[in-house]
Design a binder for this molecule. Structure first.
Ligand SMILES: *Cc1c(COP(=O)(O)O)cnc(C)c1O
Length: 855
């Protein structure tokens, strides 16, 4: 075997343990052989060699970890392409009804471990790389996360693709190919700083460009009446949507489906050669520049009119390209002779809109059916309604999208006509069928004609256009029916459903914690739990077994040690793996209440400082870790990040405290960080104001990995607690039903703050953590009402019960037997939270699609 490659710096700037001499490929004795579907170590090594020597990307004489990663990924890709082709051919031949999942976000993370794991080739790839002088772990670490998403909604879409493939369902994902995705976060003395996330820096080995799949997408222009009375949208600007496919392999199935992401291009004839040669380069390339803005970043700032226009452009670009593609495939699979039977369309196509960003799919389908295919309104509307369905992800009023009617009419004049007609027909329908709802019509309409700011309510457009509307956890779906969409619910009770979210057990247990997985498989005597997560319940019978306790704790410790290394390397903070690992990792948002967590830490720290040495001996050592990105323009969230890092800087350097308390902000939260942090965590915090977190999915990942939860009765916490048993869940805080009353009481000046809450705020104000101006943050917790004041998120109300609950956590941790038992029972009770279960329910209850397995 040849020596491993020389590379001081890995992809992420990690230091390798020792500097090794370069790999001499000739000495490895592995010949380059192109073989798309190798299944043993030798075949894999030869195929990797082939990509090293004949791949167009690197000089063939170097074989450092980075080149090795690309060659390895290309070798895996060969197999995936083979399977992708087989899957596509099978779908084409059998022509099943197919689901198209449209989402603005996909948080895919890294693909290599998942792909070779799903292909059952992990061992073959491990040995092949050894033959070539590398170790799999180092190679895996070279990959950059595909960060085409922001948070839970995007990760859900990615978990869903994994489950659709694994269940061999005929399904496809559609999205956008952002050049920079969501920003990359760095933490400095000033707090969070944002940088462009250059995930395509060299290139992504996983995407396959489809030069033959291009659709034109129009913006602006005008609408003309034709002689036959039909309408035609003409003029304006046209860009091209070019398809890139990312293969999504299923686990233990040959089915490999596709995530198709669109990039915006303009054809060469739009390049103004005359202007260019005349030296007017900006003019020559103006259309190119505009096109490249469309897929530059996820969620561009929308404070300006230009920013708003760009966001709407992105949404329409995604919807139009995807719908044209879906229709092209539908036509391709029809007999070539005779007219197309459009009534067949909803029997072949299901479109799922992930939140309101893809809402324009509905009017776009209407436009194509009427203007291009010549259908009448009623027929087009019936088809659209049977085809599309909508998942709601939030009840936060500021997150419910509303677009200015002026902007919509300018950018998409034909769609504005269609939306106006939908709005008009809806009013007529209610007046005719439900006169009792007459007084509600204005608030239910799609168009809000408020003279100051006339807008289109996208969520209402979704509800009207869809045959099914679902929430993402039971509590959330109830709130939709009782509150947000109550009037629509009374109109169409059968339209509303619940689909409690889930996560893929492959990525979130089998591959991210191989240690724990091995133990589970050993005790259950089967690895079938990976595709049938309910089998985890079988662990309950061993919950008191001392041998299992020993193995379980050892696996957890191994994960903790690995994560401690990572943390030290990223932040310089050394943590003791024997402390309790307590994490809160999620987008930074006031409703998620990271502020309550850090106020709790401040209170804990102050109390510890006041303790005698004797008392300190009884303290359970804790490492409190937070991670998450604050949206670039969300100042309050950025102040929270700053406070966490300032508290950490003081606490971590207090010699009197030592290992008893550490506070660490983990920079640049993404899927890879989650895959390391979650298996290592023992306590995780899901402490949103009740009624505000639609579901949460990281709570499911943590519970699955045997991490206990401290949380409120919110989102999926409710169901997790039911499944794992209330004695295994640390519950505190106000209930969703009480929140409106508590807010009213607060406004009426009836709130009496707990002295501990006052003490924590006072300690920060005293300058204990530096002189940064925390006043806007602390002030938001004061007063009884007003913009940015009055503690809308009820931190003050919940704080005392939170502190008490944290005391219970410490007591439980002191009894390690009890703690490990609770940990085992958390995993054992997590079966329901597999995205396989969620997707099977969507397939049956919304999409009406069946398994279509490649033989
Ligand atoms: C699971 C996941 C989320 C969602 O976390 P919540 O705590 O449910 O909001 C966000 N980001 C990443 C990277 C994730 O893996």
């Amino acid at each position: 075997m040849s020596p491993a490659a020389a590379s001081v710096n890995g992809g992420g700037g990690e230091m390798s343990e020792k500097v090794k001499s370069p790999v001499d490929l000739k000495k490895s004795n592995v010949p380059p052989i192109a073989h798309p579907t190798p299944d043993d170590a030798f075949g894999v090594a030869a195929n990797i060699q082939y990509h090293v020597q004949y791949g167009p990307h690197f000089s063939p004489f170097k074989f450092e970890p980075e080149q090795a990663f690309y060659a390895t990924a290309e070798s895996v890709r060969d197999t995936l392409i083979q399977r992708w082709n087989d899957t596509y051919a099978h779908f084409h031949k059998t022509d099943p009804k197919q689901t198209y999942y449209i989402s603005m976000e996909y948080l895919q993370g890294r693909a290599l471990t998942n792909a070779i794991g799903n292909l059952n080739l992990t061992d073959a790839y491990g040995s092949a790389l050894m033959k070539l002088g590398h170790d799999l772990e180092t190679i895996v670490d070279q990959e950059r996360d595909a960060a085409l998403g922001n948070g839970g909604l995007g990760r859900l879409a990615s978990c869903f693709l994994d489950s659709m493939a694994t269940l061999s369902l005929p399904a496809w994902g559609y999205g956008l190919r952002y050049k920079y995705g969501l920003f990359s976060q760095r933490i400095t003395k000033k707090g969070q700083e944002e940088y462009a996330e250059d995930w395509l820096q060299k290139f992504s080995p996983w995407e396959i460009v489809r030069h033959d799949v291009v659709h034109p997408v129009r913006f602006f222009g005008e609408v003309q009446s034709q002689e036959d009375g039909s309408r035609r949208w003409i003029g304006g600007e046209t860009v091209q949507a070019l398809a890139y496919d990312i293969p999504i392999p299923g686990y233990q199935t040959k089915n490999t489906i596709s995530l198709r992401v669109w990039d915006a291009r303009v054809p060469a004839q739009e390049f103004d050669l005359y202007a260019f040669n005349a030296g007017d380069y900006a003019k020559a390339e103006s259309l190119h520049a505009k096109a490249s803005q469309i897929c530059a970043v996820l969620y561009p700032g929308d404070a300006t009119e230009e920013g708003k226009l760009l966001r709407l452009k992105q949404q329409y670009f995604m919807c139009s390209a995807s719908l044209q593609d879906i229709i092209a495939r539908f036509k391709e699979r029809r007999p070539s002779k005779g007219p197309i039977d459009w009534s067949e369309f909803p029997n072949k196509v299901a479109v799922q809109m992930n939140d309101t960003h893809p809402t324009l799919s509905a009017p776009e389908l209407m436009r194509i059916l009427m203007d291009d295919e010549g259908l009448g309104w009623d027929e087009a509307w019936a088809i659209t309604n049977k085809t599309v369905a909508y998942t709601n992800h939030t009840v936060l009023p500021e997150a419910l999208e509303k677009w200015s009617q002026t902007v919509m009419a300018k950018l998409l004049p034909r769609h504005m006509e269609i939306i106006t007609e939908i709005d008009k027909q809806f009013q007529a329908f209610v007046t005719k069928t439900r006169p009792d709802l007459e007084s509600k019509i204005e608030s239910m309409r799609v168009l809000d004609n408020n003279p100051q700011k006339p807008v289109v309510r996208m969520a209402h457009l979704c509800v009207l256009s869809s045959h099914k509307v679902n929430g993402v956890a039971e509590l959330h779906s109830d709130i939709l029916k009782k509150d947000l969409f109550a009037d629509f619910y009374s109109l169409w009770p059968d339209k509303f459903q619940n689909k409690t979210n889930g996560v893929t057990p492959r990525r979130w247990l089998r591959f991210c914690s191989p240690e724990l997985s091995t133990i589970i498989t050993k005790w259950l005597r089967t690895d079938k739990w990976v595709t049938n997560l309910d089998l985890l319940a079988g662990l309950r019978q061993f919950a008191d077994d001392k041998q299992l306790h020993k193995e379980w704790a050892a696996a957890k410790l191994q994960n903790k040690v690995r994560f401690a290394h990572y943390l030290e390397e990223k932040t310089g903070v050394k943590i003791n793996p024997n402390s309790m690992f307590d994490t809160q990792i999620k987008r930074i948002h006031e409703y998620k209440r990271q502020l309550m967590n850090i106020l709790g830490v401040v209170y804990r720290y102050k109390k510890m400082k006041e303790m005698s040495p004797e008392e300190r001996k009884k303290v359970v050592p804790r490492v409190v870790m937070l991670a998450g990105k604050a949206f670039a323009t969300y100042e309050q969230a950025k102040r929270i990040v700053k406070l966490v890092t300032d508290v950490g800087a003081v606490v971590n350097n207090d010699p009197g405290i030592g290992d008893l308390l550490k506070v660490v902000f983990i920079p640049n939260y993404n899927v890879t960080v989650a895959e390391l942090a979650i298996p290592a965590s023992e306590l995780s915090q899901h402490i949103s104001t009740a009624g505000m977190e639609a579901s949460g999915t990281s709570n499911m990942k943590f519970a699955l990995n045997g991490c206990l939860i401290i949380g409120t009765l919110d989102g999926a916490n409710v169901e997790i607690r039911e499944e794992i048993g209330e004695e295994n869940f640390f519950l505190f805080g106000a209930r969703a039903d009480d929140v409106p009353r508590l807010r009213k009481e607060r406004e009426a000046g009836q709130f009496k703050p707990d002295p501990r809450f006052e003490e924590a705020k006072h300690f920060i104000r005293s300058g204990a953590f530096g002189d940064y101006d925390y006043e806007p943050l602390l002030d938001s917790l004061e007063g009884n009402s007003g913009y940015g004041r009055g503690d809308y998120f009820l931190v003050g109300y919940d704080f005392p019960s939170y502190i008490d609950c944290q005391k219970e956590v410490d007591e439980a941790y002191k009894d390690q037997d009890r703690w490990v038992k609770m940990s085992i029972l958390s995993t054992a009770g997590s079966g329901k939270f597999s995205s396989d279960r969620t997707i099977a329910q969507y397939a049956r209850e919304i999409w009406n699609i069946q398994e279509c397995r490649v033989p």
